[in-house]
Design a protein around this ligand. Structure first.
Ligand SMILES: Nc1ncnc2c1ncn2[C@@H]1O[C@H](COP(=O)(O)OP(=O)(O)OP(=O)(O)O)[C@@H](O)[C@H]1O
Ligand SMILES: [Mg+2]
Length: 207
């Protein structure tokens, strides 16, 4: 069983967007997916409730961070972590071979918050268990100076930059309808699907 935690204590950086996208990608490919919504705001739950019934079913559990959830029967478990989670109970929640994805936006405030979280993750000792961490640049506007800052910050971290997702209304529109770009024909969302491929490759490569 494959566990992916999407986390960064900074609000609005794209945790739910990434968690719901991974859930729909794996589910559309026939995996038994459990999406765990750890956030009291319930954004993943809202997305799940709107998801059209014609798509292959997945399971969603809403649960606080420190309440254990049963993952029995799931091939892939995706955890949408809450904003402001600063690794409380991390030893009980994460185990060896789990993966962490950290979405990071380009503003200086977001970069400072991400840096503090990455330092806390390093200090926690949890990574010694073999947990893999990947960084995702999100809401990328490639023609801005802040994008350069975002890229050079991410490249200086000890963890790989596993993908970059552009800033596009596609993510806002799909979230509202319980959909993701993985639910559309390739021809309609080619640019976005190609940006997801390196993220999926990294997740698949590390098992
Ligand atoms: N690449 C993107 N391009 C445009 N909009 C995006 C992108 N990624 C996320 N968004 C939008 O930004 C907002 C915040 O994203 P999201 O809810 O995924 O962040 P979050 O980290 O889960 O927030 P919170 O910390 O409140 O849980 C949402 O409206 C979402 O649709
Ligand atoms: Mg969220």
């Amino acid at each position: 069983m494959n566990q992916i935690f999407v986390t960064n204590p900074k609000g609005g950086c794209g945790k739910t967007t990434i968690a719901t996208h991974l859930a729909s990608h794996y589910s559309n490919n026939g995996a038994k997916v459990l999406l765990v919504d750890h956030d009291a705001q319930k954004s993943s739950s809202d997305w799940y409730d709107c998801r059209p019934k014609k798509y292959l079913s997945m399971k969603l559990i809403a649960s606080s961070v420190n309440t254990p959830v049963s993952t029995k029967g799931a091939d892939v478990v995706i955890h949408d972590m809450p904003a402001a989670w600063t690794l409380e109970h991390v030893e009980e929640i994460l185990h060896s071979d789990d993966k962490i994805l950290i979405p990071v936006l380009s503003s200086p405030t977001d970069i400072k918050a991400a840096l503090r979280f990455i330092m806390a993750l390093n200090r926690s000792g949890i990574l010694e268990q073999g947990i893999k961490v990947g960084l995702v640049a999100n809401k990328v506007k490639s023609n801005t100076s802040y994008h350069q800052i975002q890229q050079s910050f991410l490249e200086r971290m000890d963890f790989p930059v596993v993908g970059s997702l552009r800033d596009t209304q596609n993510y806002i529109k799909t979230m509202d309808k319980g959909l993701t770009v993985f639910d559309f024909p390739i021809s309609k969302v080619k640019n976005d699907l190609s940006q997801w491929q390196p993220i999926l490759n990294w997740l698949n490569a590390i098992g």
